[in-house]
Ligand binder design. Structure first.
Ligand code: FAD
Length: 498
């Protein structure tokens, strides 16, 4: 735990993908690193003997300082699913920002604690459209392979997929995609597929096959706690303060003064600490980093930051929907919580749709999808002096291009199959889950708010290392790209700045 008055060589704000890569590589280069994380450590079992709660039974551990759950799938067969929970520093933040709910992981490991583990490297041909200032050859020859290897990315055994009861939903998804002429692709994951086979055989405690995902995964998923962060801790140079939130960073002689609030599990501030850091790495996630920097610029703590701060934010074109299948097409009462495949219509229709599970434990005859679409709309974070808060300028109507692109897949499948959309999953008679995102990106865009390696303009020794660098969309699930970009940038920073 960081002490008031401490002096640290490198302070990393946040412990998600960008922060974990940065901490590991700095430590390996001989730099002492302190990581500050506003969420909990998630290393101690709760009242039921498990560290993480099940997705079907949210409890005090599930939400970040909410008194009622805010489930992405809010309704089922006309019934609302949300329920009251005790206010606690839980694992999933459903941050309501203007016209959108932004889901984010809170705790040591960031988004890796709550995500679906889908570990996708975008197709090489799409990369220049994502990060035009980055050398694609370097990324595909060096940094994507490095990220995939360190994250423990692996693919499902195709033979097992064909017979696994828990992937009937995905096989139905494939059959229907192919009957409509769409490309169906397997998607790599960081879930340990061998572990899942043992779950199916009944020889180990169940995790993916027990509907664990959104509120943490007790066994098979290789979250950052098991990969980058474990390696970082093993260097002996990395320490972490959980339940500590950075509020201010401002220049001082030889570095930066950083103000940190220590929280208790009700979210109350118990202590405020001031420390000094030679270098500060912003890894608080797209929303966390962008909000912090917009506020620090507007309130005079970091006035020399440029006007790109807060701009270029996107939601990776996320939109959800469900389809109602015929009675002869059951999707299975046992569904693995870990998705493993998707429908690729990016080139023709601007959408990549993940065939997602609905692990309710009962037969639903529903197919469920999270589409990533090429939505061109971008939001912006601004400072509201009257409320003293950073706001996100985003409107639900800006999701219309995403819906149109997702329809390029599902209207056709419905026509081929003679089926209809489900209207009971996101409200009453509401087809599209267009009010949310799992994939916030941008707000402090590479080569605009920072130089081409994440160094913030206006200050030496301040860096952005997370998803805030990526301008709004990566065409696939984002964490492999966030990890690979962090690997690329920190290598340059270590070579040139230290
Ligand atoms: C439900 C869900 C499912 C997802 N599924 C996938 C998937 O299958 N594949 C995929 O590629 N992506 C997925 N994602 C997205 C992915 O998890 C994120 O893109 C990724 O975690 C972002 O990495 P990051 O390093 O930018 O920040 P994060 O991982 O968000 O880490 C930021 C950390 O900083 C902390 N923090 C914030 N502010 C402060 C502060 N002021 N002081 C201290 N700490 C702070 C936060 O608590 C957090 O732990 C999913 C996300 C969600 C929510």
């Amino acid at each position: 735990m960081i002490e008031p008055g401490a002096q640290v060589a490198a302070l990393v704000i946040g412990t998600g993908y960008g922060g974990s890569v940065t901490a590991l590589r700095l430590a390996q280069a001989g730099v002492d690193v302190h990581m500050v994380e506003m969420g909990m450590a998630w290393d101690t079992p709760g009242t039921d003997g498990k560290i993480f709660a099940n997705t079907t039974t949210p409890d005090y551990r599930s939400y970040w300082l909410r008194t009622r759950t805010k489930q992405p799938l809010s309704n089922f067969l006309g019934f609302p699913l949300d329920k009251d929970v005790p206010k606690y520093t839980g694992i999933l933040d459903a941050e309501e920002m203007g016209g959108i709910v932004v889901y984010q992981g809170r705790g040591v490991g960031g988004g890796s604690l709550v995500n679906g583990g889908m570990a996708v490297t975008p197709e090489r041909s799409r990369f220049p459209g994502v990060l035009p200032s980055v050398d694609a050859d370097e990324m595909y020859d060096v940094y994507y392979p490095r990220a995939n290897s360190n994250l423990g990315v692996n693919t499902i055994d195709p033979a097992w997929f064909e017979t696994a009861e828990a992937y009937q939903f995905a096989r139905v998804g494939r059959k229907q995609a192919q009957r409509s002429g769409f490309r169906f692709t397997f998607v790599p994951n960081v879930y340990d597929w061998n572990y899942m086979k043992q779950e199916a055989a009944g020889t180990v405690p169940k995790s993916a096959l027990a509907a664990e995902i959104l509120y943490g995964n007790n066994y098979g998923k290789k979250s950052l706690q098991k990969t980058y962060l474990a390696q970082a801790r093993a260097t002996g140079r990395v320490t972490i303060s959980p339940l500590h939130r950075v509020t201010t960073v401002t220049p001082t002689t030889g570095g930066y003064t950083v103000t940190i609030e220590q929280l208790d599990t009700s979210g109350a501030v118990t202590t405020t600490k001031t420390v000094t850091a030679q270098r500060v790495f912003f890894a608080a996630g797209s929303v966390g980093t962008s909000k912090l920097l917009v506020r620090l610029k507007a309130t005079g703590a970091l006035p020399a930051l440029n006007n790109e701060i807060g701009t270029g934010w996107g939601e990776n074109g996320n939109v959800m929907c469900g389809r109602a299948n015929h009675l002869w097409d059951p999707t299975g009462s046992l569904q693995s919580s870990i998705p493993t495949a998707g429908i690729d219509n990016w080139v023709a229709g601007g959408a990549f749709a993940e065939v997602a599970p609905l692990p309710t434990g009962i037969e639903t005859w529903a197919s469920f999808y999270l589409s990533i679409t090429n939505n061109p709309n971008r939001g912006r974070f601004t400072w509201n002096a009257a409320t003293g808060k950073v706001e996100l300028d985003w409107q639900t109507a800006w999701k219309q291009p995403s819906i149109t692109m997702a329809k390029s897949i599902f209207d056709k499948i419905n026509a081929t199959e003679g089926t209809i959309y489900r209207t009971d999953l996101f409200g009453v008679y509401k087809i599209w889950g267009d009010h949310l995102t799992y994939h916030p990106l941008g707000g402090t865009v590479l080569n605009k708010a920072t130089d081409n390696y994440g160094r913030l303009h206006g200050y030496s020794g301040l860096y952005v290392v997370d998803g805030a660098l990526i301008p709004g969309n990566v065409s696939v699930n984002p964490f492999v790209t966030i990890t690979a970009l962090a690997e690329r940038n920190i290598e340059k920073v270590i070579a040139e700045d230290l």
